[in-house]
Design a protein around this ligand. Sequence first.
Ligand SMILES: [Zn+2]
Length: 112
Amino acid sequence: MPIYEYKCGDCGKLTSVFTRSVSSPVDAVCRGCGGKKLERVFSKFAVHRTEADVLRDTGSEPQRLEDYKDPRQIGRWAERKFDEYGVEMPQEARQMIDAAREGDFPDAVKDL
Ligand SMILES: [Zn+2]
């Protein structure tokens, strides 16, 4: 049974709501103040992250130019991110980072 967490827009308290299924509508009311301005909160434990999610996230982050000035820093950030999410870095990403450290930058980086 899925558990949804909501944050109250009025008092900021979190309210957990059990639902029958992910598709059933939830009529949640804040436990703290009875308010109905509830916003869905995605807890990191409830959301199963896939490699694709992680890649999309890392791709949407602004490029940190200073990282590219030192070849040893290339890919550090991505490595940290994958580590954080507890997923193994995909082979292509691994190879891209290794290549970049050797001075073989992907096109997107050359354009910077
Ligand atoms: Zn409230």
